[in-house]
Design a protein around this ligand. Sequence first.
Ligand code: CTP
Ligand code: MG
Length: 162
Amino acid sequence: MVLDLILQALWFILPAYLANGSPVIFGKLAGGRFPIDSGLKWFDGRPIFGAGKTWPGLLGGILVGSVAGLLQGSLLIGFLLGLGALLGDMTKSFFKRRLGKKRGESWPLIDQWDFLIGALLLVSLVAKPSLETVVILLIITPFLHLAMNSIAYLLKLKKEWY
Ligand code: CTP
Ligand code: MG
């Protein structure tokens, strides 16, 4: 059943979704302080990652992913999904800044896939997801991501609805 496959895929990736969504809360709790790049600039004179990537966000996201994984039955898988998600998001921000995109400026599809691809790559070290799982997640994640961001926007957690 297709629905079974979708639900299995969502259950598998849940720690990554939670890890990716939590930095907006941890970042806010810390008042946007402790940027990972310490405000340093790259050779092009632009921020390395930008003010939207903070230590509280990164560590909080990894913690949330790990706890979710632990509750599901594997701390290691949760940790790798969370770490992969946050590293994927940071890598995306690095390239956004190189392209001259401002913090929060949208980069359609990449903004939705960054954490998913990072999480899938890192978790593959210990648990290789099936091709069906990867395809399903690549298709449904952008829609779920937009839905979640709209909710975060309505809750005034995010400045942009996307
Ligand atoms: N956030 C954080 N630390 C991280 C990732 C995210 O503190 N490692 C917080 C920031 O407050 C950020 C918010 O979560 O603004 C939303 O994250 P995201 O959409 O990934 O960042 P953007 O502000 O859109 O920045 P970018 O343009 O670099 O994607
Ligand atoms: Mg963003």
